[in-house]
Design a protein around this ligand. Structure first.
Ligand code: 57M
Length: 359
């Protein structure tokens, strides 16, 4: 909105030219959403407490979590509010990709909110049925994949990190691939969100890496120089990523140990879907496995644990899955597990950046 309001005035005053720059608007979006969350969160947390929107804790989990009973949840609403408002303020409204990523994010947010609401009203940790949840997730991902795939500027080639010459064309199979990326990312973030600050830290890092990749993918010269796919219009998605990073940093302020609020499924499902969609738009889908490695590791730990548990008649690979519970059970303090996972995420973020030159 600010772009449309102020950029046309650059002929009267040259200073307004800055609104043309994606870099300036991405920074603007980051700061705006960060400040928005910081300002609104205290009121919002009190409001959640007033409505008694508190977490119901599972009885079969680590004992250290029992004291978290009643911590306000559904803080993801605040993240979605800040991301949407800040994006709409700073982005070029005529950009196709931004509307798609915003729509997918809000769709998954709605699915998560419904799930959270049912858990709270029923006062147990079972929300929307697994099938119901996956149905709405798949529907959202198919719609997103369809709108991206039918865009004439979009191609169905894959970009493989470290191998610039390899770029298989998936054709219509790209739709199925996009579905796996978005639904997979959404559920992986959801599984990771089990300790204070654990999911939102890697979100900041993944969002920042994709902010850079969106900018580069949308810049013909830089994309060609770095030999990454050029996606006309993808640069504007950097503004969305900025808004996501800012809102996540703001949320971390309140979600860090000991958390004053949890994001709920409304936050975790939507953040994962947002990251998956950005990865598709920028044609850096495989890169998400590297930069979002913490999410991938958490999801894999669940797959391994559940498969082994079923096949072995009740034996376990980890003391408890997802992976973060394993370390808690080993006696690591919660902040130690979280900060160590952040460290891994930072290193993976750097590895993702290295793919820009090592190819
Ligand atoms: C939801 N939700 C957290 C909070 C957050 C298949 C199975 C492995 C699925 C998995 C599962 O249900 N995972 C998805 C994880 C919950 O957090 C809420 O949920 C939102 C995210 N969706 O925003 O609203 C709890 O996590 C803790 N938490 C924090 N700080 C935060 O900032 O401490 C969350 C955010 C909160 C709070 O305690 O209540 C969750 O963990 O439930 N299931 C599991 O994760 C369960 N694993 C399991 O059963 N493993 C088995 C195998 C054989 C399946 C095993 O290894 O033996 C564990 N979940 C819990 N306790 N809570 C089991 C133990």
């Amino acid at each position: 909105m600010l772009y449309h309001l102020f950029y046309p005035l650059h002929e009267l005053f040259g200073g307004f030219n800055v609104f043309r720059y994606i870099t300036f608007r991405s920074i603007g979006a980051t700061i705006t959403s960060f400040v928005l969350v910081l300002l609104v969160a205290p009121v919002f947390i009190r409001f959640l407490q007033h409505l008694q929107i508190g977490q119901v804790i599972r009885k079969d989990g680590p004992e250290t979590h029992f004291s978290k009973q009643g911590v306000p949840t559904m803080g993801g609403i605040l993240i979605l509010f800040a991301v949407s408002l800040s994006t709409l303020l700073w982005v070029d409204w005529t950009n196709y990709y931004v509307w798609i990523v915003l729509a997918v994010t809000l769709w998954y947010g709605a699915v998560g909110a419904f799930d959270d609401y049912r858990k709270i009203t029923r006062k147990n940790s079972k929300g929307l049925s697994g099938r119901g949840k996956i149905f709405f997730q798949i529907a959202g991902a198919i719609l997103a994949g369809f709108f991206l795939y039918t865009n004439p500027d979009f191609n169905s080639h894959l970009s493989i990190p470290f191998f610039k010459e390899v770029g298989p064309d998936l054709g219509a199979g790209y739709l199925l691939f996009a579905l796996v990326v978005v639904v997979g990312a959404s559920n992986a973030v959801n599984l990771t969100d089990g300790l204070d600050g654990l999911a939102i830290g890697p979100t900041v890092i993944t969002g920042s890496v994709y902010l850079l990749f969106s900018y580069l993918a949308g810049h013909a010269g830089l994309a060609s120089y770095l030999q990454i796919p050029y996606v006309p219009g993808a640069g504007e998605v950097a503004v969305f990523c900025g808004a996501l990073v800012g809102a996540s940093l703001g949320f971390l302020w309140f979600n860090t140990f000991p958390a004053q609020v949890f994001m709920g499924d409304v936050g975790s499902l939507s953040i994962g879907a947002a990251l998956g969609t950005v990865a598709i738009i920028t044609k850096q889908e495989i890169l998400l496995v590297i930069v979002g490695g913490v999410f991938v590791m958490e999801a894999l730990s669940v797959i391994v644990q559940v498969t082994f548990f079923k096949c072995s008649g009740g034996k376990r690979v980890f003391l408890m899955a997802p992976f973060h519970h394993h370390f808690e059970k080993k006696g690591w303090a919660e902040p130690k597990v979280v900060v160590r996972f952040w460290i891994v995420s930072i290193v993976l973020g750097l590895a993702a950046l290295a793919t820009l030159k090592l190819r």
